[in-house]
Design a protein around this ligand. Structure first.
Ligand SMILES: N[C@@H](CCC(=O)N[C@@H](CS)C(=O)NCC(=O)O)C(=O)O
Length: 199
């Protein structure tokens, strides 16, 4: 059975868990306690030298990184629907995977890290500026799109969803983004959807 190593407060772990649930794939959840530093233990570092969650093991396949895990699960178990392979549609989805690891991490994800976990390495003013910028862009994009790309959900939506929906944890107000709020509700209506604390 697939094993997913993660933590319940980790939005990156949640991305992988959410897609597993939406695809109705059985898996074993293995908690790695970030609060006690279990992710830096020799046992866990032997599995993932980056010392981060999530990590997925599927038979002989071992994969770290939420976006990589989404790509793997989508192609291995989800057919063409969650990640198309033609040049342009593939690039359109990858654009959002990149956005979540870039602009969204620098903005709402870092603001949450600052307020929820007291991370001192974060410039909170910069994180709030970055959050406002990317949430404004997303809200505009979603004013003409039901899903981030195409007329159906893809892993672009799953990758972007957690840290946008968790933005209030970082004292980022979402009320100014009505199209984004409507899209968050649409994701929550997907069959098989599971929540995480804060969403
Ligand atoms: N690029 C990785 C980043 C994963 C990541 O930052 N995970 C956090 C939890 S959400 C973590 O393990 N932090 C502990 C650390 O970096 O030491 C991904 O997208 O999965």
């Amino acid at each position: 059975m697939i094993k997913l190593y993660g933590h319940e407060m980790s939005g990156n772990s949640y991305k992988a868990r959410l897609l597993l649930e939406l695809l109705k794939i059985e898996y074993e959840w293995i908690k790695i306690d970030l609060m006690t530093g279990e992710h830096k233990s020799p046992e866990y570092l032997a599995l993932n030298p980056f010392g981060q969650v999530p990590l997925l093991i599927d038979g002989g396949t071992k994969l770290a990184d939420a976006q990589a895990i989404l790509v793997y699960l989508a192609r291995q178990y989800g057919g063409d629907s969650w990640l198309p392979l033609e040049a342009l549609p593939l690039a359109q989805v990858v654009r959002w995977l990149s956005t979540t690891a870039g602009e969204i991490r620098q903005g709402p994800e870092n603001a949450r890290l600052h307020y929820l976990f007291g991370s001192t390495a974060i410039n909170i003013e910069r994180a709030h500026q970055k959050a406002e910028h990317i949430l404004t862009q997303l809200d505009q994009h979603l004013s003409t799109h039901t899903w981030l790309e195409f007329e159906r959900p893809t892993i672009a939506d799953i990758a972007v969803f957690p840290y946008v929906a968790l933005a209030r944890d970082g004292k980022v107000d979402l009320d100014a983004y009505p199209n984004l709020l409507a899209w968050i509700d649409r994701v929550k209506q997907l069959p098989g959807y599971v929540p995480m604390a804060g969403i």
